[in-house]
Design a protein around this ligand. Structure first.
Ligand code: ZN
Length: 381
């Protein structure tokens, strides 16, 4: 795997691979996780990385902020640092043969701009890119952080090697998190690597109390036949931050859905039988990476709080269904608006599955789909 190759190179010579000057100057120190052995950086003394940490920010807002407001702040901050703000590209990736939907902001610029064959609109940009992903469909509504559609805030640069400045990109990103209200000593930064869409590079993942907020990738390789080939006359910054996650963390809300769909959830709530006590289950959302984890978390919650397992599963499902409706209808709306209709094949089939799931819940609950879609548009940027 190319990812492991890069991590291997990086762990031996972090100073050659990562802009560690931007971490040193803020007081971050390099450590190795006692549990999983990965290298990470933090200001506070700690023995483990951020992967083993509950979402203890829930219930502890940093600075309450509306979903739409985050992009205004992001645009303002990065514009002042010389990045050109763009609007989201369509979610249907018509310029790609290998993808139906945009799954990350860098997809907007692959392959030709990333390869250096076409000049970008600007060398440094910031973009709120709507993305569609279906890999985690069974976890939507349960984990508190998985969506089929989300905004990836992309911080990108397409530079000649002599102008490429990872130190600045990382400093800008950390300053941005400070500007939003996160303190450096609350952040944990993992050394990692990323590969996708034919490119790869070392990356730094930024965590806040167990929640990954952003991944800054320094793209320096092309991947051909599983081999790493250094990119020639271009260096690319590929930073993706989770818009929903940042708003969630700033608000300390129970999950990311509550802050993402305020208008549609206000309406949907009337149709669902929501049990207040189960809400705390989203504290355990950090444990959910696969479908099996859902039942395990329900068991743990039932045991810890003296509930019957069936009761927990049923109450949780009720919340999840409501969030599924909002999430899925947003994805359907975005896909259809950009020209992908429900069908039997490819991306259209994904949209059909989403609709089928929503129709099933609608038949049971009786809300109006048109009304939800109308409210979802109010929740969009
Ligand atoms: Zn670890």
């Amino acid at each position: 795997m190319v990812k492991e190759q890069i991590i291997n190179i990086a762990s031996k010579n972090p100073e050659k691979v990562y802009p560690i000057a931007a971490l040193n100057e803020r007081g971050f120190k390099r450590k190795q996780c006692k549990i999983c052995k990965r290298y990470f950086w933090s200001i506070e003394n700690r023995e483990t990385c951020a992967d083993h940490e509950p979402y203890s920010f829930i219930g502890k807002p940093i600075k309450p902020i509306e979903y739409k407001k985050l992009w205004d702040l992001t645009k303002k901050f990065f514009s002042e640092r010389g990045y050109v703000p763009l609007n989201s590209y369509p979610v249907v990736a018509r310029w790609r043969d290998d993808l139906d939907f945009v799954i990350a902001s860098i997809v907007d610029f692959q392959p030709h701009i990333v390869n250096g064959e076409i000049e970008p609109i600007a060398n440094r940009i910031i973009i709120p890119q709507y993305c569609l992903r279906f890999d985690d469909l069974p976890l939507v509504g349960y984990s508190g952080r998985h969506f089929t559609s989300f905004i990836m805030i992309g911080q990108h640069a397409f530079e000649k090697p002599e102008n490429y400045n990872p130190y600045k990109y990382l400093r800008d990103l950390l300053d941005y998190f400070n500007y939003l209200g996160f303190k450096d000593n609350q952040l944990v930064i993992h050394e990692d690597a990323w590969a996708g869409g034919g490119n790869a590079g070392p990356s730094l993942e930024i965590f806040y109390t167990g929640l990954e907020l952003a991944n800054q990738v320094y793209m320096v390789y092309k991947v051909i036949d599983n081999k790493l080939i250094p990119m020639e006359n271009i260096r690319v910054l590929d930073m993706g931050a989770g818009h929903e996650r940042i708003v969630w963390a700033l608000n300390g809300s129970i999950n990311a859905y509550e802050v993402t769909f305020p208008n549609s959830l206000k309406y949907l709530r009337n149709y669902f039988d929501l049990d207040r006590e189960i809400k705390d289950i989203y504290y355990l959302g950090y444990k959910i990476e696969s479908k099996d984890d859902i039942i395990n978390v329900a068991k743990e919650y039932a045991e810890n709080f003296g509930f019957d397992l069936d009761y927990v599963l049923k109450a949780w499902e009720e919340y999840a269904k409501m969030y599924i409706v909002a999430d899925h209808l947003r994805s359907v709306y975005l896909a259809i608006k950009d020209g992908m209709l429900p069908s039997n094949t490819g991306g259209g089939y994904n949209i059909r599955i989403l609709l089928r799931r929503v129709f099933k819940i609608m038949e049971e609950k009786g809300f109006e789909i048109e009304k939800v879609i109308e409210l979802i548009q109010k929740d969009l940027l």
